[in-house]
Design a protein around this ligand. Sequence first.
Ligand SMILES: Cc1cc2nc3c(=O)[nH]c(=O)nc-3n(C[C@H](O)[C@H](O)[C@H](O)COP(=O)(O)OP(=O)(O)OC[C@H]3O[C@@H](n4cnc5c(N)ncnc54)[C@H](O)[C@@H]3O)c2cc1C
Length: 465
Amino acid sequence: MGGGIPMATKYDAIVIGTGQAGPSLAVRLAETGMKVAIIERKRFGGTCVNNGCIPTKTLIASARTAHVARRAGDFGVTIQSTIGVDMKKVKARKDALVHQSSEGVKNWLQNTKNLTVIEGQARFADAHQVRVGNELLEAEKIFINVGGRASIPPFRGIDQVSYLDNSTMMDVDFLPEHLVVIGGSYVGLEFAQMYRRFGSEVTVVERGPRLIHREDEDVAETIKTILEGEGIAIRLGAECIGLEKRGDKVAVQVDCSSGDKTVIGSHVLLAVGRVPNTNDLGAENAGIKIDQRGYIQVDDQLRTNVPGIYALGDCNGRGAFTHTAYNDYEIVAANLLEGDQRRVSDRITAYALFIDPPLGRAGMTEAEVRESGRKALIGKRPMTQVGRAREKGETEGFMKILVDAETKKILGASLLGIECDEVIHSLLDVMYANAPYTVIQRAMHIHPTVSELIPTMLEELKPLE
Ligand SMILES: Cc1cc2nc3c(=O)[nH]c(=O)nc-3n(C[C@H](O)[C@H](O)[C@H](O)COP(=O)(O)OP(=O)(O)OC[C@H]3O[C@@H](n4cnc5c(N)ncnc54)[C@H](O)[C@@H]3O)c2cc1C
């Protein structure tokens, strides 16, 4: 071999990234006898496993335990000492779970026949070749599953201060005195409530006029009331956010015009959205189309514009959740291996916000139903009228459902209340079954549960004015 140009190692398929779609797809392809390579540049399992879903929900469980312990007296339970939170132990518990999951993914991949695991940064050399360090890999089929990372906007003064993001938050093993969370959406609110419950002073700074702007106003307002009730300060309409070092603290400018203009925090967490990991992928060498925000453009079956190259998970901009990434894997596998033409557009919007009480969402919001102009019915029930919530002493929130007045199909639901991250699935499944709401209205549900009130709520539907 002359000129120092490495020969490419040939595979049938290359998978870039070990997030929520790549590993399952790589293993599935390898099991069919294909020779497959999977490449990971950091930690196996990607965002969800290492600095997303799994660690945050593990930390939230510790925070909830502290919260419930502080409320023990409400339930007639006496605790003789004060409630303390050992942040080193909280982190160690989280680390153990993350380690187990990440190692699990790594071992699974390494022990799969026909699958080669390569560690390093993958970069396209052309439409069929990928370079990892000095290695050159070649395949007819390449699957991109590179995910995303926290967006760091060019706030004034950002280069003068230190700040945290969802990844660096994972190293925190102490209690910040005052955590300023910039961004009042899903990631920011979960951290905000978690740290308040650990014992920090917490301020949420949001540029928009309300929290989680994608949700209905009543949902956003109720969440604001719940969080303020726990002592979290919320600053909305912070249109000119700037950061400034003040001794060992950080001043966050939150107001452009009047009033108290700065919040002084000991630590700042940036939670203002995500960006796809496509800037250093060499996608241009393969001619892959990327939109202005960095998302890889795909069709309904997740094919890019380049034949044989697919993009799955957060990097294609068609979803931002673990379940959407995993569903992408199922779609690609069904199309390639089963002759089943599953599509992204088959899926129904579904996700949860894991604050306490959680928000379970399916389908359209009320605002989207109104915008669509269709005739609809609405049902709403406060959690104070749900026996199970009263018994458990957690009556914050409400359940809301929207139904098409003509077809009787469920259009969407926002369930904000205890156990609603689970309850939402009873509606989601009826939506997938494409059945009318009357099916669930007539169903006999178990007493006493939150779900038993779903049929009752459906009996009380009113026209959406
Ligand atoms: C704080 C937080 C909490 C979250 N909580 C939830 C939740 O509760 N529920 C939920 O559904 N979703 C949640 N999410 C979102 C969820 O984590 C993501 O949607 C999901 O991980 C996306 O998976 P993915 O497969 O697209 O990519 P990722 O999981 O991001 O994986 C991509 C992988 O590719 C690797 N990679 C990138 N570029 C290269 C390259 N060039 N070469 C080699 N390797 C590369 C990365 O290192 C990474 O391991 C949360 C996210 C955050 C930030």
